[in-house]
Design a protein around this ligand. Structure first.
Ligand SMILES: Cc1cc2nc3c(=O)[nH]c(=O)nc-3n(C[C@H](O)[C@H](O)[C@H](O)COP(=O)(O)OP(=O)(O)OC[C@H]3O[C@@H](n4cnc5c(N)ncnc54)[C@H](O)[C@@H]3O)c2cc1C
Ligand SMILES: *[C@@H]1O[C@H](CO)[C@@H](O)[C@H](O)[C@H]1NC(C)=O
Ligand SMILES: *[C@@H]1O[C@H](CO)[C@@H](O)[C@H](O)[C@H]1NC(C)=O
Ligand SMILES: *[C@@H]1O[C@H](CO)[C@@H](O)[C@H](O)[C@H]1NC(C)=O
Ligand SMILES: *[C@@H]1O[C@H](CO)[C@@H](O)[C@H](O)[C@H]1NC(C)=O
Ligand SMILES: *[C@@H]1O[C@H](CO)[C@@H](O)[C@H](O)[C@H]1NC(C)=O
Ligand SMILES: *[C@@H]1O[C@H](CO)[C@@H](O)[C@H](O)[C@H]1NC(C)=O
Length: 466
């Protein structure tokens, strides 16, 4: 009797000392990162009957989706992610959440004045490089078509074609496509100095679908100007399968399952999943993922740009007026970064949006100072009257790492083939901008076509339609 009691006490003590009786949350798939790719994957897998869980660091889903709500009227405005491609994945995903899409209104709708942000001077069209834009878009599409199958999944041939390794500015000059430079600069924002990027990164983004949508004016936008609503409805649909405000603290990958320790607002949770889907940039996983030598060596090579978006009020810029930054003295008229891309008219009276990129790290305070100094120069150069109140930055967000790249030498040496070989190793799959590009629509399509089939049982695939 005494011995039995002692045994019970001992057991009790031991189980306290060593938490082997840990409560595991069993899942088919655990997804890290609830931005564009992770949210899409979670919703689709759930639709296919896969038991998923999604871990998101912030208090909301959607990553760089930023929707401004005007306090006095409730009017909303997407000053982060706004533009989508006319693809069936986009229509399907929005219609699942009962959100209407409309064609992107022509950009020429407002009053646009080109300004050199370095000097503040108004730039006349006659000062700019002017080519035939339609011809350049068609010529570029013809070049891109040579490589588009490569870009579906980073299937780079060996040797990598020299045109793809060439700095984008040189590529445009070589093929007399200079008239495309400014459009590429404006659409492929956040990449800092776009003319210096290896051409393959620009081409991966400015693909056939983007060029088609540019030429035919078929980009689409959320008719409610509220992309956060899409992600909030996704969050509601995921319910308890979603951990917001949560981060993995340790991930251990075994031969037939993955163990994920998660710090959540309600305390630590332990998830045991059959498969792991990583959607955050690999370089952001070094604190918790059990890298081997090969993975560490590869992920260390990633470099990135920095991107900010902001909302301004009391700018002194007339309502409805957009001021793009252009530099007549620079190569192909593309301004050097760090700098704002534009002061963009917003549908909310009195507000302008701005976008800023830098090749190196900067603090938010430095960026805010530069935005306000640029605004003062521009206002003076354009002759806008002093505003009654001081210009104010209502919101400013930093998005980094943005545009994740490796050196031309690494690309030449087969970096992307080695990277793609990691897909599926140790029950781990990857999607997101590092693995495809920085366009939400393309990421949804890539995730749907190339990644989800590996995460669902065969029978579920048969029922994979919406
Ligand atoms: C200002 C701005 C405007 C843009 N406009 C457009 C546009 O109009 N159209 C378009 O197609 N694309 C646009 N983009 C690009 C697009 O938003 C991104 O390419 C896309 O969001 C990338 O998706 P992703 O899944 O790779 O990463 P993200 O959407 O960035 O998602 C990553 C998620 O992981 C979370 N996370 C990070 N670390 C952790 C961690 N340790 N644990 C848990 N969670 C973590 C992040 O909080 C984030 O929610 C824009 C981007 C920015 C910044
Ligand atoms: C457009 O802006 C310019 C510069 O501020 C101004 O001179 C012009 O009158 C504006 N045009 C319209 C139609 O608002
Ligand atoms: C521009 O190029 C297109 C396509 O090549 C052509 O149809 C059009 O005539 C050109 N426009 C001008 C003004 O030259
Ligand atoms: C989108 O593409 C479809 C065909 O796939 C076409 O019918 C439709 O008009 C396009 N929408 C827009 C906004 O261009
Ligand atoms: C990683 O592994 C791949 C394929 O197994 C190999 O080709 C590559 O050289 C390795 N990379 C490094 C940096 O060790
Ligand atoms: C990353 O890019 C920045 C800006 O081009 C450059 O200064 C830096 O040297 C690069 N870092 C690496 C590790 O390549
Ligand atoms: C960038 O700078 C900010 C502020 O100056 C700093 O907090 C942050 O850690 C830096 N980020 C990187 C990746 O160096």
């Amino acid at each position: 009797m005494v011995a039995a009691k002692l045994a019970i006490v001992l057991c009790f003590t031991l189980s306290f000392a060593r938490p082997t009786s840990r409560k595991w949350i069993e899942k088919d798939v655990c997804i890290i990162g609830g931005g564009a790719s992770g949210t899409y994957a979670a919703i689709r897998l759930q639709q296919m009957g896969v038991d998923v869980t999604l871990i998101e660091k912030e208090g909301k889903l959607g990553g760089p989706v930023t929707t401004y709500t005007e306090p006095s009227t409730g009017q909303t405005y997407d000053y982060g992610v706004q533009i989508f491609s006319n693809l069936s994945v986009v229509h399907n995903f929005f219609s699942h959440f009962e959100i209407p899409l409309v064609r992107l209104p022509p950009l020429s709708g407002g009053n646009t004045t080109m300004i050199n942000f370095e000097t503040g001077e108004v730039v006349a069209p006659s000062q700019l490089y002017m080519g035939n834009l339609t011809a350049a878009l068609l010529g570029y599409a013809e070049q891109e078509a040579k490589y588009s199958s490569i870009f579906e999944d980073w299937n780079l041939p060996s040797p990598v074609p020299e045109d793809l390794l060439m700095p984008f500015g040189d590529f445009l000059k070589k093929h007399s496509l200079e008239a495309f430079a400014y459009i590429a600069f404006i659409y492929d924002q956040g990449t800092a100095n776009i003319l210096a990027q290896p051409t393959l990164y620009v081409m991966k983004y400015q693909d056939q679908v983007q060029i088609r949508d540019l030429l035919t004016g078929s980009f689409v936008v959320n008719a409610l100007q509220n992309n956060q609503l899409l992600y909030d409805r996704a969050a509601a649909e995921l319910g308890e399968k979603l951990y917001l405000g949560s981060q993995p603290t340790q991930v251990t990958r075994h031969h037939n399952h993955v163990e994920i320790e998660v710090s959540t607002p309600e305390g630590t949770r332990h998830i045991r999943a059959r498969k792991l889907l990583v959607t955050i940039p690999p370089k952001s996983t070094s604190q918790f993922l059990d890298f081997d030598e090969n993975e560490s060596t590869m992920f260390r090579q990633f470099n990135n740009s920095y991107y900010w978006n902001a909302i301004l009020k009391h700018t002194g810029i007339p309502v409805g007026t957009t001021l793009p930054n252009v530099n007549p003295a620079a190569s192909l008229n593309i301004p050097a970064m760090p700098a704002p891309y534009t002061f963009l008219a917003s549908p909310v009276p009195g507000l302008h949006a701005t976008y800023y990129s830098s090749p190196h790290n900067m603090s938010d305070a430095e960026v805010a100072d530069d935005i306000l100094a640029t605004l003062a120069r521009v206002r003076e150069g354009a002759g806008f009257p002093e505003p009654d109140q001081n210009p104010e930055i209502v919101a400013l967000h930093k998005w980094s790492p943005f545009e994740i790249t490796v050196s031309m030498d690494a690309i030449r040496d087969g970096f992307y083939n080695d990277l793609m070989a990691l897909q599926g190793k140790k029950n781990t799959w990857y999607t997101g901008a590092t693995w495809m590009n920085q366009a939400t629509s393309t990421l949804w399509r890539y995730t749907e076509d190339k990644i989800l089939p590996h995460l669902v049982p065969d029978e579920a695939l048969l029922n994979a339609q919406y």
